[in-house]
Unconditional design. Structure first.
Length: 294
């Protein structure tokens, strides 16, 4: 079963909270519901206590999809990470969420506006061993809690390129699943359709944002940071950029789960209600054209 969700980063940015900082949570949720969105991921404006969050989401008829969790497995072991994640685990379980979204954030540059992407961290051979073993162990812990770890490859982090995603998938255990993010892998020079084809049996969550290739090329030429690039419009909603979504979706014919619109933009330049509606309509068309099961 396919369900379409959204991330509140389409309204208010989490890495630089001034972007969309004036947009209240109520506006985000009411606009999402009016568009036809069924569920929302967490953002910084969401309460993190189940008893506070439940009536807010219920009041808009929205489910909780899940939410980002930053790991630091190069700096601490899986047991420490698991203990640190306890509150996040309990919140997701309270809402019946299925996936636990993880991104390794040791030395990441994606949240630092003055740090160009060219300065992002790259793991050493020793660090790769530590990371893969720790991620596998963390995923095994989460599996026993009834949650599936889905790894979010991301610009500016230690798992950014297609080759790095391949290595991560090859060196981790079966409990580690992939969050396929079409926008991040495309901007990193990869092929989202190839990732979908190669890991179709381990893809357990999908984030969709499109890429404006002219902005991506300028970002590389000018040595911009991730946030500079976002403000310049490197990302947009599905169908408004360069990605062939039908080709991507055809590679995961048996996928069942959430497909989430996660297109961070400057809401002043790209009004969220209009752009998320555009992405929602395009996604529905792409899903049907690709023949995915509703």
């Amino acid at each position: 079963m396919i369900r379409i969700g959204a991330n509140p980063i389409c309204w208010s940015n989490d890495d630089k909270q001034e972007i969309g900082g004036d947009i209240p949570l109520e506006q985000c949720l009411s606009e999402a519901k009016a568009i036809g969105i069924e569920g929302m991921e967490l953002g910084h404006k969401f309460p993190r206590e189940a008893e506070a969050l439940r009536p807010i989401l219920a009041g808009h008829g929205l489910d909780l999809v899940g939410g980002w969790y930053s790991t630091f497995l190069l700096e601490r072991d899986a047991e420490h990470e698991f203990k640190a994640a306890r509150a996040h685990i309990d919140l997701l379980k309270a809402f019946g969420c299925k996936v636990f979204i993880v991104a390794e954030c040791t030395r990441t540059v994606h949240g630092t506006e003055g740090m160009p992407l060219s300065q992002r961290p790259v793991m050493t051979e020793v660090e790769w061993g530590r990371f893969s073993a720790g991620l596998t162990r963390f995923a095994d812990y989460l599996d026993r809690e009834g949650l599936t770890l889905v790894y979010h490859h991301h610009m500016g982090t230690v798992v950014q390129t297609e080759a790095e995603v391949d290595r991560m998938m090859e060196t981790t255990g079966p409990a580690v699943k992939l969050l396929l993010d079409t926008g991040h892998i495309t901007w990193a020079g990869g092929d989202p359709a190839r990732l979908a084809r190669n890991y179709r049996d381990r893809i357990a969550h999908v984030h969709t944002k499109d890429v404006r290739t002219d902005v991506a090329r300028e970002a590389e030429a000018q040595d911009w940071s991730f946030l500079q690039s976002v403000l310049a419009g490197v990302y947009t909603v599905p169908g408004d950029g360069s990605i062939d979504y039908v080709s991507v979706f055809r590679e995961i014919p048996d996928y069942s789960g959430w497909i989430v619109i996660e297109a961070e933009q400057d809401p002043v330049k790209a009004p969220p209600a209009r752009y998320v509606k555009l992405g929602f309509d395009n996604l529905n068309r792409f899903i049907d054209e690709a023949g995915l099961k509703r």
